[in-house]
Design a protein around this ligand. Structure first.
Ligand code: 0X9
Ligand code: ZN
Length: 324
């Protein structure tokens, strides 16, 4: 489990309890579904939050994915914060009430539960990143889920073909069962040929960054990313960054990556999307393991960014003055 001084962090059992309690207390607006299983058989949970004031067909959907990387435990706390923010805010905070009346929110609070649990199992952090899926013909365990998505997989030296690497891309796109399950879930939101999810944030640590696609190329405009689409990502990213003090930039400005969820969500699904790299800014702030005392501050720090993000979910291009 977490070390005693970090017991405010939620392990997977505690996270499941929070989810179950939240939906039990707010059955009118929150429902849990299990979208698949991890390699070791843990539930991959999705929480849907929305009111039924408006027909679903008229509501854009927003996706939040958390904890692709095992050691990035603060992102699970971000999911817990969002669950509470939306369910407690509905009916009491007019802005949140309006958003839940007009949007469908999907929170996937831990898409890599095997990795998270492995990271804390001995009581001392193991700095684990990948999932816990064995690889054939080697003792090296795990695939980096954020190199396993089916868009330009392995294209550009932004991942590794070696199972021992921390950025191992897996044996094939979606070879990680967790990635396959989340990708299937996203594909299942295509209704009548239209992807209902318009916008998404994938939560990571650390660096205090807001990153937008593509990660596989340094170019801003590429096949499938027009100037307006790039500018929409950049403008909305900068707008959100003004509220939390993070640094906004294209993903590849950090380093080249391929097979990430960001590139897949945009390249394959046309979902405007970001990676948020949470606290700390540098290793000095505790790296992947900041003290539990920062959880309230560093989750609430993203409140305004998330609410503005939801406000643009009906038409992200509005941020550059172009209603698509
Ligand atoms: O390398 C990653 O997967 C992310 N950073 S982390 O330190 N959390 O591992 C960054 C992914 C950013 N997205 C793209 N470059 N597309
Ligand atoms: Zn990460």
């Amino acid at each position: 489990d977490f070390p005693p001084e970090d017991s405010d962090y939620h392990n997977f059992t505690e996270l499941t309890e929070v989810v179950d309690r939240t939906v039990a207390e707010h059955p009118d607006i929150a429902t849990k579904s299990v979208i698949g299983s991890s390699y070791r058989g843990r539930d991959l949970m999705a929480v849907r939050i929305s009111s039924d004031v408006k027909a679903d067909e008229d509501k854009p959907e927003v996706l939040f994915t958390h904890s692709q990387h095992a050691r990035e435990h603060l992102t699970v706390e971000m999911a817990v914060y969002l669950l509470d923010l939306f369910t407690e805010g509905y009916g009491s905070d007019p802005r949140i009430t309006g958003l839940l009346d007009s949007r469908v929110i999907w929170i996937l609070p831990n898409v890599n539960p095997d990795g998270s649990e492995y990271d804390i199992a001995t009581g001392s952090y193991r700095h684990w990143r990948k999932n816990r899926q064995p690889n054939p013909r080697t003792t090296a365990i795990g695939t980096d889920m954020n190199r396993n998505w089916d868009y330009n997989w392995g294209c550009c030296r932004g991942s590794s073909g070696l199972p021992s690497s921390i950025v191992y891309r897996g044996s094939a796109p979606e070879s990680a069962p967790e990635v396959k399950a989340v990708a299937d879930f996203v594909r299942s939101r295509v209704v009548d040929g239209e992807q209902r999810i318009t916008t998404a944030i994938d939560w990571h640590t650390y660096g205090e960054l807001i990153l937008w696609p593509y990660g596989y190329t340094y170019n801003e405009v590429e096949p499938g990313m027009s100037r307006d689409e790039y500018d929409t990502h950049a403008e909305l990213g900068r707008l959100m960054a003004r509220t939390n003090g993070y640094t906004p930039q294209q993903s590849s400005d950090l380093y080249i990556t391929d097979g990430t969820i960001n590139d897949w969500l945009w390249g394959e699904q046309r979902i405007f999307n970001y990676t948020f790299e949470m606290y700390p800014r540098s290793a000095a702030g505790g790296g992947f393991y900041p003290p539990a005392s920062v959880i309230p501050r560093e989750t609430a720090r993203n409140r305004e960014a998330v609410l503005q993000f939801l406000e643009y979910a009906d038409c992200p291009q509005r941020v550059i003055g172009k209603e698509a």
